[in-house]
Design a protein around this ligand. Structure first.
Ligand SMILES: CC(C)(COP(=O)(O)OP(=O)(O)OC[C@H]1O[C@@H](n2cnc3c(N)ncnc32)[C@H](O)[C@@H]1OP(=O)(O)O)[C@@H](O)C(=O)NCCC(=O)NCCS
Length: 238
């Protein structure tokens, strides 16, 4: 598939469709899909790889939404929630976008709040372990050295997917959330300070295969069972 031909999108209640794409090379011609704000962000990026990633992400999101809604992708007008979560004022869909390294992920539902996160596994000299909760830290301390970077990234994407689904993003300290260990099925186990609404009972978490050296997760709010429908885009070429 190319960025000009988004696949058929028919998202039924209880389904979450997820696309992952590789930003290999993207023609600036695709800029015609973006609005002025997106174009300004694109222009502000210095590295070709960053530009390709941003353009792929925003072009894919627009193509998917345009197809789902039967609208011109370039004509979609995005609004933003209090912490920046984008939405469409005049459409009953929920969506989420993530980009990292050379990977893009877009998730779409027919109304269930959704968050998606992909991250490239990097190996910094020191991992930012304070983002893990005490419970996660106990399990993480048992992870052997060579597996730690990937395991840490798996924790991170699970947490961030939840925080993107609620729209709070990093306004909430990720250490407040406890998710299952990477070798266990993805699950939100607890959320310190939110026991009143017990979000861990109503959040559904799923791992997302985003390719070698990447980790990904999708979170859905509302408690019902969901079917994750994978829509892979091997590369968005222009
Ligand atoms: C949302 C957030 C978690 C993104 O994390 P990230 O790993 O850097 O980026 P990702 O690629 O996964 O996601 C970025 C996309 O998420 C979406 N997004 C932005 N804010 C969001 C929010 N509050 N909730 C859900 N989605 C959000 C946008 O589509 C964004 O794409 P864009 O930057 O190309 O426009 C982070 O930027 C955040 O928490 N922002 C809101 C809170 C804030 O203002 N924090 C300031 C620093 S503490």
């Amino acid at each position: 598939m190319t960025a000009d031909s988004a696949p058929d999108v028919l998202v039924r209640p209880g389904e979450c469709h997820v696309w992952t794409a590789r930003a290999v090379s993207v023609s600036p011609d695709r800029l015609r899909l973006l609005d002025d704000r997106e174009r300004r962000v694109y222009e502000s990026l210095l590295r070709p790889g960053e530009r390709a990633l941003y353009l792929t992400a925003h072009a894919l999101l627009r193509l998917v939404l345009g197809e789902a809604l039967g609208r011109d992708p370039a004509g979609l007008v995005f609004a933003a929630g209090p912490h920046g979560k984008p939405y469409l004022e005049d459409a009953p869909v929920e969506f989420s976008l993530s980009h990292s390294g050379e990977r893009v992920a877009v998730a779409l539902t027919s109304g269930t709040p959704v968050g998606v996160d992909v991250e490239r596994v990097t190996r910094p000299a020191e991992l930012p372990l304070p983002v893990l909760s005490e419970e996660e830290r106990v399990a993480f301390d048992r992870v052997p050295g060579p597996e730690r970077a990937a395991a840490f990234t798996a924790y991170w994407v699970r947490k961030e997917a939840v925080l993107k689904a609620t729209g709070e993003g990093l306004r909430v300290d990720p250490a407040r959330l406890t998710v299952s260990a990477p070798d266990r099925p993805a699950r939100l186990i607890g959320w310190r300070g939110r026991n009143d609404v017990q979000p861990h009972r109503t959040v559904r978490l799923y791992d997302l295969d985003a390719g070698e050296d990447y980790r990904g997760a999708v979170a859905l709010l509302g408690g019902g069972a969901h079917r994750i429908v994978r829509r892979t885009v091997s590369s968005v070429r222009c």
